[in-house]
Design a binder for this molecule. Structure first.
Ligand SMILES: Nc1ncnc2c1ncn2[C@@H]1O[C@H](COP(=O)(O)OP(=O)(O)OP(=O)(O)O)[C@@H](O)[C@H]1O
Ligand SMILES: [Mg+2]
Length: 507
């Protein structure tokens, strides 16, 4: 819980020395034009103003609506300088040792007359030592001006600054609502701050406000909304999907060992450390189709309590052919910005299959992925899933790439019983009306997905007769089903034999 009345410095005052030094260095290197791509206008303006004071330069701000204003009354232009033409004429004729921040100038960068003016200003720099700072969300600097332009980036807030932003927003909210403070726990606060990483101060402020504003409490329930909004703010066109639904292990039949494995590593993934222990990095789930690999990937995100991003390798290849590597890199970058998160690489064999004639593309994609896996610094937990081990490149399966390779086998009788229970209850069918032992015994060789299917089919059949599905309906559907493990007995046997030597069972 926050101390009542705790009030931290507003985010604008949080600019540390480093951006100040960077921008000053650009200015001191006698750069006539400085381009700053950013939405953080107040921060940039206050930064420029502080540098102006330090270097004893006259400092001005120009906007389309207010025209040119000096920060010091003594520097105020005598005539009124409003339009962009007036502005440029003023800079060319009257200014020396001055610093101009232009906030709405980016549309004029496409106009030849404006470009000419700016170029003349740049060329005259050795005479009057005035610098123009262009600020805009996106800036297209024309060819002619590039040799005179230095680029500056406002660094993203650090964890400490983000924490201060949250405190700041909380204090504002509490003051505005006449409350002593905003409630949260240390754990939730830490997670919120982690999830705000990668955002600008303005965006972080907005999301923190959203988390607080509904009820004046920052609780665990606010976090999914924060991560979702963050994902949308990033607005990336990378081929990763934000999975809104993660799962709980209570929805998964079996996989006890996998669940314990994940639970034991949860706190280490979220930042706890212990000498000699590496943070968990990822696992590979191999297994029989329809036995719950995708479900387990979702449950991993559920156990860690972090967002789930899904990268579909089939889509990466087909839709983005020709840009596959770039898109993989973008996807991995997005995951790092969203960290801590789980990145689910679904059907990984589709993208990395060996021995196909694809002019080395899958090799390069594999290289990109392996390099990233070895070098990643952010808490991005990989869950890769695959059915077809014969198509997986050996490098990927080699020891040390993943923390563990789990095998998701056909469910045992006990697990089938549990899967029946889960899916009957999902569809509001009381388990007491079913003989779960008999159903489990009758479904030897069925996958979880096939068990779900027989329940669904039984419900349809019964519904057509105007009644609720019962035990006999489900049994009848079971008898009418030929499970994949029978149809594809050879492949399943091969997979199991392969897995026995090289993987750990999920149960
Ligand atoms: N162990 C299980 N417990 C509960 N439900 C399961 C289980 N296995 C499968 N199911 C059900 O079957 C559906 C399909 O399973 P899932 O997509 O996770 O399998 P998969 O192994 O990823 O299959 P594929 O190889 O086809 O991608 C799940 O959404 C779930 O409803
Ligand atoms: Mg799947």
């Amino acid at each position: 819980m926050y101390e009542p009345g705790l009030k931290l410095a507003p985010a604008g005052a949080l600019i540390t020395e480093s951006p100040l030094r960077d921008l000053e260095a650009i200015l001191r290197s006698r750069t006539p034009l400085i381009a700053v791509e950013s939405n953080e206008e107040p921060e940039i303006v206050s930064l420029v103003r502080r540098i102006g004071q330090r270097l004893q330069l006259k400092t001005f701000r120009w906007t389309v609506t207010e025209g040119l204003r000096a920060f010091e009354p003594a520097d105020q232009p005598r005539e009124s300088v409003v339009t962009s033409q007036q502005l440029l004429t003023y800079i060319r004729s009257s200014a020396s040792y001055a610093l101009f921040v232009l906030l709405d100038f980016h549309p004029y960068l496409q106009d030849p007359v404006h470009v000419r003016h700016l170029k003349d200003i740049a060329l005259a720099y050795p005479k009057h030592f005035s610098t123009v700072v262009l600020v805009g969300p996106t800036l297209v600097v024309p060819e002619e001006l590039r040799p005179f332009t230095g680029w500056f980036r406002l660094p993203l807030p650090t964890q400490e600054q983000l924490r201060a932003i949250v405190f700041d927003v909380a204090a504002e909210w509490a003051a505005a609502h006449g409350r002593p403070g905003v409630q949260t726990t240390q754990k939730v606060l830490d997670l919120l701050v982690r999830h705000l990483a990668g955002l600008t101060a303005t965006d972080a402020r907005r999301l923190a406000f959203k988390a607080i504003n509904d009820d004046g409490v920052i609780s665990e329930a606010d976090l999914p909304e924060v991560t979702r909004a963050k994902y949308e703010l990033l607005g990336r066109d990378a081929p990763v999907a934000f999975e809104y639904e993660t799962a709980r292990f209570s929805e998964v039949g079996g996989m006890r060992r996998l669940r314990q494995w994940l639970e034991a590593r949860r706190s280490f993934f979220l930042g706890a450390s212990q000498p000699g222990l590496e943070p968990p990095r990822g696992l590979l789930l191999l297994g029989v189709q329809g036995c719950g690999k995708s479900l387990a990937a979702k449950a991993a995100a559920g156990v860690f309590g972090v967002p789930l991003l899904r990268l579909d390798f089939g889509v990466l290849y087909n839709k983005y052919y020709g840009e596959t590597e770039r898109n993989l890199r973008k996807a991995l970058e997005t995951a790092e910005v969203m960290a801590p998160c789980v990145l689910w690489l679904d059907e990984i064999e589709k993208g990395l299959a060996v021995g196909e004639e694809d002019d080395g593309l899958s090799r390069r994609v594999l290289g990109t992925l392996l390099t990233w896996m070895a070098e990643r610094r952010k808490p991005v937990f990989l869950v890769a899933t695959a059915n077809d081990i014969a198509r997986l490149p050996p490098e990927l399966v080699r020891k040390g790439r993943f923390d563990e390779i789990f095998f998701v086998d056909l469910p045992s009788a006990e697990n089938r019983r549990e899967i029946f229970r889960i899916h009957l209850s999902k569809r509001a069918l009381p388990e007491t009306e079913f003989d779960l032992d008999e159903l489990a015994a009758a479904t030897e060789g069925f996958s979880g997905s096939e068990i779900e299917q027989v329940i669904v089919s039984a419900i349809y059949t019964a519904h057509a007769q105007g009644r609720r599905a019962n035990h006999a309906d489900v049994l009848a559907e079971i008898r009418a089903t030929r499970p994949l493990s029978v149809v594809m007995a050879e492949q399943v046997a091969f997979l199991r034999a392969w897995a026995r030597e090289r993987t750990v069972p999920c149960d």
